[in-house]
Every structure is written in structure tokens, then in C-alpha cells.
Design a protein around this ligand. Structure first.
Ligand code: UD1
Ligand code: CA
Length: 473
């Protein structure tokens, strides 16, 4: 951990023109979470005293997203308007934040569009910077295809400057050491140099990268910190980068899960967000997409083709086949699917069976209960040992008052196939509902409720209708 106090600045004011989007670039999701929040999450692993996010383009949306974000360090924002480049962005901190003016520690500079950096990398950068007593340390990587990145120009071991792709000469474009856009700097020494930047370059912007040459000229100690895995510095500038970031983060997550004892049968078709936790000896089959605050127990079998999102908690020994689960909890030894949907606050206990084409919404189901085929259970409460026949519907919606009503089905109750339970309604303990009933009144315990037309037979009706005269029976 760093010896000197440090603060962080995250550059997040740019428009992200190349994404061609109405959404500010830093709010584009990476496995469901905005790029900026992924960067803030990483920063959370270090002990920053404070972070300052530079906002500009789409700042109302970015401010809103930041307000909802919980961090255990102070986050403040500074507006950059207009956005005249990365150097101009950092200059805003110097000019607008009074309490930074006398800050004598180091400042870690990150970009809101570089989301894959690890805590370890940033910790190494800080250690290198502080250990070598640099005034400015640039995090660099070596890339086979450095196109688009700023190139780090050195002479022997001495850093001279960084040149942007658009300003680079043919010879400079051959340089494979790139600027990751992540820096650590002695604020008191380096930040005054921001006042000297000019916009005399191909993009007409005030480049933060020009501070490197200025620092060298001023005689400050400028050094590099090398990153082994160039995937970490992938920046999101276009949609293709977003796809690549997903691929890299996914691979990282799947490798972690496999190391933790999870079988991932076909990584190429399996997508799992980094926050997902899965117990050992569970298997994730092809075609799964798990994104959100998801915990899955041991010895579970998930997939193929299963989607999970929101807050999902799954106990041990659960099987979920070809299904969709959102914001739900599932107990041990429960089977779900194929083709089931559980959503919006479902709570299922252990040893439950939710079969094909069953939709369950905001419903609690106690242990050893079955809804094996073709049903809708919404806003309901099911006890233990309940059986729901095929085609049962809880009619929860009152269209006149535009509200949802509840259905209670007590322990041991059996609901016959193709029944409609019109809420609010309850079926008592061990009661039975005859198949095809439309239940509008509460059913008492142990009773049988039949609510359908009685069967009537008319002798010889078909023959008469067809004009056949000799009626024998
Ligand atoms: C920048 C670096 C480049 C480096 C690359 C690594 C400069 C001039 N170049 O290029 O050397 O290889 O990152 O990813 O710094 N931003 C603002 N205000 C502005 C402009 C940008 O806040 O006026 C923010 C953006 O929102 C973004 C970050 O700064 O989060 C980087 O800006 P971007 O335009 O993406 O720079 P690159 O061209 O990627
Ligand atoms: Ca960028």
C-alpha cells in the first residue's frame, strides 16, 4: 500500500463520438455496470483519500449515476465545459478545487473509458512511483498493434515525450510502447505545468500527454511502469472495443470460476459477469448469460441456455434448465425448467419443482411443492406439499382498480388442471380444487371446490343433428 497520501482523478467528460450514442461514453455498460463504475470499483480496492470525476458531456446523466453509486471514499465532481482535451480536463481540478491547491501528495490519473485495469496494476504503479521517488510515472504497455494509442518516445532508458497517433511520424508509429492514459504524479510539482499546455496539434486539443515532455524539460523525474497484460488497458472508443472488453472480462471471470472448481463446458458461449459467485462442483452449460449480483451454490447444474439478472441467490444442488431467472431466491435441491421464468422477488424453498412453461412472479413457494407444467403464479403464496395442476392461472390483475391481488394456497392443497384462481382468494389446507374451476371465493380446508358447468349428456344428439333416423340408443 502507498506510503504517501494519494487522491485519484478520473477523466470522464468526453463525448465518445466514435460510439455514435446518445448515452455518454462512460455510462455504457460493461456486463451491466457503467464503465465509470467499473473504474470506481477498481479504485475502491486501493486506499484513495478521495476521487474527483471530471464530467462534461452528458453530465446530468453522469451525476445521477454517481449519486446512486456507493463508495467508501469521497467522490466529488468538477465540470469541464467545453471539453478541450485531456490536459484541459485535469486543469479544471487545479483551477476549481480550492482544497487541492495545497495538496502535497500524489494523484493517480485514470480514464473513465479504460475499465479493465486491476487493483494489482494500480498498486504496482503507485509503489513504483513512490518507491523510485518519481515526480511523474506513466503506466505503459507493449502492443503488437499499437494503432490509436499515444506512443511513448524514449532515448535509451530516458522518457522524452508521448506522441498521439494523429501527430506521430511514420517512425514514431512503429513504436510499440503505448501510453495507457494512466499516470501517477506529484501534484504540487506537475499540476502547474498544465497551465503551459498548448492546443497546437492535429486535434486542436490540450493534451495531457504533453505534460510528460514539459516535466522532462523542467528536470523532473519521469519514469515508466510496465504492464504485462496489455488487455488491461483496452480503452473503449468504439463499439468494437466494447465487445472486446466484454470478451476479455468474460475470459477473466470464467478462468477464475474454473480455478475455483466450477465446470464451464463451453467458455466461448458462456457469459458471466465478474461479480457472479458460483460454488465448487457446479456446472455451467453452454449458452448461459449470468449478469448481476448472483450467488450460486455448490453442485448446481445451470443451463444450457439460461439467463439470470438482478439479485439472484441459488442454494446448493439446484438444477436450472433453459430458463430465465431475475431477482429471485431458490432453495436447495429445487429443479427449474425447461422454459420457466422466475422474476421480481420470487422466493422458492428447497425440493420444489417448477416445470416447463411455468412463470412465477413475486411469489413465495414452500418446500416440496410442484408446479410442473404450464402455469402462471403471480403475487401468490404457496405452502408446502402443494400441487399445481397443468394450466393453472392465478388471475392477479384487477383491471378496474389497476392493482395486483394476492392468492394464498395453503399446505397440502391440490389445484386441478386448468383452474383459474381469481385473486384475492385463498385455498385452505389440504383442500382440493376440481380441474377446470374458476375459483372466486375462498375454499375452506379439506373441502373440494368445483366451480364449472355440470356435465350434461343429450341422448342421440349427434345422430339427430346429422339426420340419421333409426336411433338405436
Ligand atoms: C488518450 C491518450 C493516449 C492514450 C489513450 C489510452 C491523450 C491526449 N491521449 O487517448 O495517449 O494512449 O488515452 O486509452 O490524453 N476526456 C475528458 N475531457 C476531454 C477529453 C477527454 O474528460 O476534453 C476524457 C474522456 O471522457 C476519456 C478520457 O478523457 O475518459 C480519454 O479521452 P479520449 O478522447 O478517449 O483519449 P484517447 O484518444 O483514447
Ligand atoms: Ca480513450
Amino acid at each position: 500500500m502507498p506510503q504517501r497520501e494519494f487522491k485519484a482523478v478520473i477523466l470522464a467528460a468526453g463525448k465518445g463520438t466514435r460510439l455514435k450514442s446518445e448515452l455518454p461514453k462512460v455510462l455504457h455498460p460493461l456486463f451491466g455496470k457503467p464503465l465509470l463504475m467499473r473504474v470506481l470499483d477498481t479504485l475502491g480496492g486501493l486506499q484513495a483519500a478521495e476521487a474527483c470525476v471530471i464530467i462534461g458531456h452528458g453530465r446530468e446523466q453522469v451525476t445521477q449515476a454517481l449519486a446512486a453509486y456507493e463508495a467508501d471514499y469521497t467522490i466529488q465532481t468538477v465540470v469541464q465545459e467545453p471539453q478541450l482535451g485531456t490536459g484541459h480536463a485535469l486543469l479544471q481540478v487545479r483551477q476549481k478545487l480550492a482544497d487541492w491547491q495545497n495538496f502535497t501528495g500524489d494523484v493517480l490519473i485514470l480514464s473513465g473509458d479504460v475499465p479493465l485495469l486491476t487493483v494489482e496494476t494500480l498498486a504496482t504503479l503507485l509503489e513504483t512511483h513512490q518507491g523510485t521517488q518519481n515526480d511523474l510515472t506513466v503506466l505503459v504497455a507493449t502492443m503488437d498493434n499499437p494503432f490509436g494509442y499515444g506512443r511513448v518516445i524514449t532515448e535509451g532508458h530516458t522518457v522524452l515525450r508521448v506522441v498521439e497517433q494523429k501527430d506521430a511520424s511514420e517512425a514514431e508509429k512503429q513504436v510499440q510502447t503505448i501510453n495507457t492514459g494512466v499516470y501517477c504524479l506529484n501534484w504540487a510539482k506537475i499540476s502547474p505545468l498544465l497551465e503551459q499546455l498548448s492546443s497546437d496539434n492535429a486535434q486542436g486539443e490540450f493534451y495531457l500527454t504533453d505534460v510528460i515532455a514539459l516535466a522532462v524539460q523542467a528536470g523532473y523525474r519521469v519514469g515508466l511502469s510496465h504492464l504485462d497484460d496489455p488487455d488491461e488497458v483496452l480503452g473503449v472508443n468504439a463499439r468494437t472495443d466494447l465487445a472486446q472488453c466484454h470478451a476479455v472480462l468474460n475470459e477473466r471471470t470464467l478462468n477464475r470460476l474454473m480455478a475455483e472448481g466450477v465446470t464451464v463446458l463451453h467458455p466461448a458461449s458462456t457469459f458471466i459477469a465478474p461479480e457472479v459467485r458460483i460454488g465448487a462442483d457446479s456446472t455451467v452449460l453452454p449458452g448461459c448469460y449470468l449478469q448481476g449480483d448472483i450467488t450460486i451454490g455448490k453442485r448446481c447444474m445451470i443451463g444450457p441456455h439460461t439467463t439470470m439478472s438482478g439479485v439472484v441467490e441459488i442454494a446448493d444442488d439446484v438444477k436450472i434448465l433453459q430458463s430465465v431467472v431475475r431477482d429471485s431466491r431458490i432453495g436447495a435441491f429445487t429443479n427449474v425448467g425447461p422454459f420457466a421464468q422466475l422474476r421480481d422477488g420470487v422466493e422458492i424453498s428447497h425440493h420444489v419443482n417448477i416445470g416447463n412453461f411455468v412463470e412465477v412472479k413475486k411469489t413465495r413457494i414452500d418446500h416440496h411443492t410442484n408446479a410442473a407444467h404450464l402455469a402462471y403464479l403471480g403475487d401468490a403464496e404457496l405452502g408446502t406439499d402443494v400441487n399445481i395442476g397443468a394450466g393453472t392461472i392465478t388471475a392477479n390483475y384487477d383491471p378496474v382498480r389497476d392493482i395486483k391481488e394476492r392468492t394464498i394456497i395453503a399446505d397440502g392443497a391440490k389445484v386441478g388442471s386448468n383452474s383459474v384462481l381469481v385473486a384475492p382468494v385463498s385455498v385452505g389446507e389440504n383442500a382440493s380444487v376440481a380441474a377446470g374451476s374458476v375459483i372466486t371465493k375462498d375454499v375452506k380446508p379439506w373441502n373440494l371446490a368445483i366451480a364449472r358447468g355440470r356435465q350434461v349428456e343429450i341422448n342421440g344428439w349427434v345422430k339427430r343433428a346429422k339426420g340419421i333416423t333409426e336411433v338405436t340408443s
